[in-house]
Design a protein around this ligand. Structure first.
Ligand SMILES: [Zn+2]
Ligand SMILES: [Zn+2]
Length: 294
């Protein structure tokens, strides 16, 4: 299990390295991301694998009926390791990134004085209680997207540990929905894989990868082909944006036959922020939350 997770971090780092060579304009955020990945990788080794109370029969029934296996609020977070990681990410923010420096400093001070409880913060992220996080952000005079991103990044090793266990079930291959079979999250980004170019989606909450049904909008389930279109970024075959005229949703897609790495889609989500802008300018909306609103 840990070997697989090591492999994941290695591939994320390799992809990030490639992107840093090509995208000087994003150097600041990508250098920060590199440090974040190293800190997460170190934390992963200290994060125990959770006990998952899900019998194979339960998994079978839930998958057959279209119910995700675990509600996001019920994911277990190892508070010791996520606490340490949150503090580490605040330090990295303070010392490595000019845009995040003052937020990092304010958060460290709040941790030291006890005005910020990471356990409370993690719970709010799991249960998607934005008003709690907003309350902290306001009190501590830290931008909300920064606090949200740091809080989410600090619990990712715990989420990954859960996904590493639950994702093993072969039942998951029977899932045919646009939302994540493990947590119900929406796709952050997707990839075209194999010669036929089947789509695999990356969950915006738990990071699980699952097969998306073909020729269907993952957000509104429409199969009306004239409403499903796509466009490419300028001079770029690697990425396309699939859009739905019915629900106005869009999904960025990496064509892994052209490059990139299926295991590192989260990196491509960051480096294609320009495509999010383009899609929004065209009147489409990103349905899944964006991790890096910073
Ligand atoms: Zn998920
Ligand atoms: Zn749609």
């Amino acid at each position: 299990m840990y070997a697989e997770m090591d492999d994941f971090y290695q591939r994320m780092k390799n992809r990030l390295k490639q992107c840093r060579k090509e995208r000087n304009d994003l150097e600041e955020i990508l250098a920060f991301y590199d440090k974040v990945l190293s800190a997460q990788h170190e934390t992963q080794e200290e994060t125990p694998l959770p006990e998952i109370d899900l019998a194979e029969e339960q998994i079978e029934v839930r998958i057959a009926e279209g119910f995700p296996l675990i509600e996001s609020g019920n994911f277990s977070v190892d508070s010791n390791s996520s606490d340490r990681l949150f503090r580490r990410l605040c330090q990295i923010s303070e010392t490595e990134n000019p845009v995040l420096a003052s937020a990092g400093k304010a958060l460290l001070a709040a941790l030291d004085s006890g005005t910020l409880e990471t356990a409370e913060l993690s719970k709010a992220v799991l249960q998607n209680r934005v008003e709690t996080i907003e309350g902290y952000a306001k009190d501590l005079e830290v931008p909300l997207p920064v606090l949200q991103a740091l809080a989410k990044l600090s619990i990712q090793p715990s989420l990954l540990a859960t996904v590493a266990i639950v994702g093993k079930s072969s039942e998951l291959n029977k899932w045919r929905y646009g939302y994540c079979p493990i947590c119900g999250g929406l796709p952050a980004i997707a990839a075209l894989v194999g010669e036929e170019g089947k789509r695999k989606a990356l969950c915006s909450f738990c990071g699980h990868l699952w097969w998306l049904p073909r020729l269907v909008c993952p957000f509104c389930d429409t199969e009306s082909q004239e409403d499903l279109r796509y466009f490419f970024g300028e001079g770029d075959d690697l990425y396309r944006v699939q859009v739905c005229l019915q629900c106005k949703g869009y999904l960025k897609v990496v064509d892994t036959r052209e490059g990139g790495d299926l295991m590192a889609l989260a990196v491509d989500d960051v480096v294609t922020a320009h495509l999010d802008l383009l899609a929004e300018e065209e009147g489409y909306q990103r349905k899944a939350p964006r991790l890096w609103g910073i």
